[in-house]
Design a protein. Structure first.
Length: 338
């Protein structure tokens, strides 16, 4: 089956064409980073309007690159939540309208399910079951992935997500939006050991995490530091986050008895975090899997792929009627196994 995937949950418009037999045929992504930079964060109304401008040209682009026509499509998948309501509505309305015109199914896909399953698009994918670390600007969670549609939350951050803490810490140092990549780049110039930051909840007996206090500790350092000290603070902050996430990852593997860790979400592109997870998991005899770097952030490929897995597994679907609903707050646990 050939599936067109549409992702428009926040500030990136992603389109992709995925074939359940041949794999990913084409994908394209437009980031709104430059537009939102002037405001220091995502402006929902501007995000929605930009999705409207980008979605059709990107659809034409990926169809052309995949050498696929609209009539070749067997289904259209779109992110139905969670996310910004207006942004979600753009993708949903285009997907459902197009599916109605083509008389094919339109599949609403959970954004986080797309991320959790995206490492299966890698050349060397994991096999089920596995532990997933979903780490992004809005989520930091450990999930047990037993089967498609069967996901158990093992632990999560009690306050800021790791990506959110990266962005807020970067802002304290006057770095541009989005702060995570900018802070990581600054950290490359730093020297570990010049400053000391806490590792919140590192030794707790559960898989809960906290990053708000770490951000506060940075603010106290920045207040009395010079700009020349910022790279050293940045590398210490990055190391603290990597220490906490890698330690909790080992605990998750030990508690479940599983030996595969999958890392998904934008912060999964952080090279220090990747290196730390690989090093510590390898020492324990566990494997770590990442999606391709370009698929760490929001993208249409993960949405089309998740839909393809559902269809291949025999998930029920209906031909589009043109009616639809989005869920800005959609609990992943509400998904039904199949």
């Amino acid at each position: 089956m050939i599936i067109l995937g549409i992702e428009s949950s926040c500030d990136e418009t992603g389109l992709a064409v995925y074939d359940t037999q041949r794999g990913l045929l084409a994908d394209a992504l437009h980031s709104q980073v430059a537009m939102h930079d002037a405001y220091g964060g995502v402006v929902p109304e501007l995000a929605s309007r930009d999705h409207i401008r980008r979605i059709v040209p990107l659809a034409r682009q990926v169809l052309a690159e995949a050498n696929t026509s609209l009539t070749d499509l067997d289904a259209i998948a779109y992110t139905a939540g969670p996310g910004l309501a207006g942004a979600l509505l753009v993708g949903a309305s285009v997907a459902e309208s197009l599916a109605l015109a083509l008389n094919i199914p339109a599949l609403p896909i959970h954004h986080l399910e797309g991320h959790l399953l995206s490492p299966l698009l890698a050349e060397n994918p994991p096999s089920l079951p596995f532990i997933a670390l979903l780490v992004s600007g809005g989520h930091t969670q450990f999930m047990s992935i037993e089967a498609l549609g069967q996901y158990t939350l093992l632990g999560e951050t009690v306050d800021d997500a790791a990506g959110e803490a990266f962005d807020k810490t970067a802002k304290l140092m006057g770095l541009p939006y989005p702060g995570g990549p900018a802070l990581s780049k600054l950290a490359e110039k730093g020297q570990l050991g010049r400053f000391k930051l806490p590792r919140p909840m590192l030794h707790s007996d559960d898989l809960e995490m906290s990053f708000s206090g770490l951000k506060t500790a940075v603010s106290l350092l920045v207040r009395d530091a010079s700009v020349d000290d910022y790279p050293h603070i940045a590398i210490e902050f990055q190391e603290a986050v990597a220490d906490v996430l890698s330690s909790k990852a080992l605990s998750a593997l030990a508690k479940t008895g599983l030996s595969q860790l999958v890392v998904a979400g934008g912060v999964g592109a952080n090279q220090r975090l990747r290196a730390k997870l690989i090093e510590r998991c390898t020492q324990r005899g566990a494997q770590v899997f990442f999606p391709p770097l370009r698929l760490c952030t929001d993208n249409g490929a993960m949405i089309a792929h998740a839909a393809g897995l559902r269809l291949a597994a025999g998930a029920p679907f209906d031909i589009s009627t043109g009616s639809f609903n989005v869920q800005p707050r959609w609990d992943l646990a509400s998904l039904q196994p199949f």
